[in-house]
Design a protein around this ligand. Structure first.
Ligand code: TXA
Ligand code: MG
Length: 329
């Protein structure tokens, strides 16, 4: 199958709609990462998502809807605080997990009784969702376990020949996947950290828990138990007080005739004068925006990416460090 990349336009949106209605898959931009979409009420299309990605069969998908879609068609809104979250953060990089009404097919939720819903703020994605006017289920548009794509070209590198169309909506501005928040209980609980932070949620609704996964627990968000986000080259991870160790590994790699790259924030770059560096930028938001892009750039030119980071868990760092540890740790 030939895979086309097309800029978002009325023509390409109509083409995407026709493919989706015919039970096919389309790569779509969102503000976080690119998604691999199918119509959420079509079991055969949804099954294809799992096949194309090589995704574990017990990892449910997020349903994406446009901003005027009435989500009560799909789920039960059981707590009043949900309206505040919706008002403040949707559309945006927040996914809410509700008790499902069963409209989205079983294949998408892996037979479970909850459904995750997200309203992307990306303009092109909103246009697609309006044009189709049906919920689109979509995981990140990468082969399972590989780094999530933040450009149409990166989607193409993973899925070329396996899907007919990728809509090109430019580079994602968020850069890491949405915050997944369980809203089925009286206090919301973060299942996957992201750009909408625990602090922001607490400020809006008064309280927010973070799911802790221990060995042997039944995991509420199956996606968090897998190896994830890994680039194709080797990786290593050091903390900011271990820069000497990072340099040692860098020099050892060179002595073995292999190509290393340091990957760190701008603030740590001074430690690595004369070394080749993939710069993640200054702030936590910069780091989120650049992380996957730099990992995917790095895997093309490095034998090993040596990440060096300050270990912190406040604000967006919780989500960024979670991705960095999984991709490079
Ligand atoms: O930003 C994003 O969320 C991107 C874009 C494309 O929207 N999507 C994304 O999808 O990251 P995916 O499939 O790669 O990750 C979805 C995460 C997984 O960790 C999955 O386990 C969790 O959401 N999830 C989905 N449905 C769930 C449910 N009903 N209950 C608990 N967790 C759920
Ligand atoms: Mg993913």
């Amino acid at each position: 199958m030939e895979t086309l990349i097309e800029k978002i336009s009325s023509d390409s949106l109509n083409k995407a709609k026709a493919i989706l209605l015919d039970g096919g898959l389309v790569g779509m931009p969102t503000e976080t990462v690119y998604g691999l979409s199918a119509i959420g009420t079509m079991p055969s299309a949804v099954k294809q998502i799992f096949e194309v990605k090589g995704r574990p069969a017990d990892n449910p998908l997020i349903a994406h809807v446009h901003k005027d879609y009435d989500i009560e068609k799909l789920v039960y809104i059981e707590h009043d605080y949900i309206y505040k979250l919706k008002e403040k953060f949707m559309p945006g990089p927040l996914t809410l997990v509700f008790k499902s009404k069963g409209v989205i097919c079983r294949e998408a939720v892996c037979g479970g009784d909850t459904l995750a819903i997200r309203m992307p703020s990306h303009k092109g994605c909103q246009r697609l969702l309006r044009c189709v006017d049906m919920p689109l289920v979509a995981p990140s548009a990468n082969v399972s376990k590989h780094t999530s794509p933040v450009t149409a070209e990166q989607v193409y590198c993973d899925l070329n020949g396996r899907i007919p169309l990728i809509l090109d909506g430019g580079r994602c501005t968020g850069g890491i996947e949405s915050t997944v928040l369980d809203v089925t209980e009286s206090v919301p609980r973060i299942l996957r950290a992201g750009l909408i932070t625990r602090e922001m949620i607490t400020e809006t609704v008064g309280a927010c828990e973070i799911a802790q996964h221990k060995e042997g627990d039944k995991v509420k968000s199956p996606g968090v138990k897998y190896k994830h986000y890994r680039p194709k080259c080797e990786t290593a991870l050091f903390y900011a007080d271990e820069t000497e160790k990072a340099k040692e590994l860098y020099n050892k790699t060179i002595s073995e005739n292999k190509k290393p790259y340091i990957m760190c924030q701008t603030g740590l770059k001074d430690n690595f004068n004369g070394y080749d560096v993939l710069d993640l930028g200054k702030t936590g938001e910069d780091m989120a925006r650049n992380l996957y892009d730099k990992l995917l750039e790095g895997e093309k030119k490095a034998d090993i990416i040596i990440a060096v980071a300050v270990d912190r868990e406040d604000g967006v760092y919780l989500g960024v460090m979670n991705r960095l540890k999984k991709s490079c740790g």
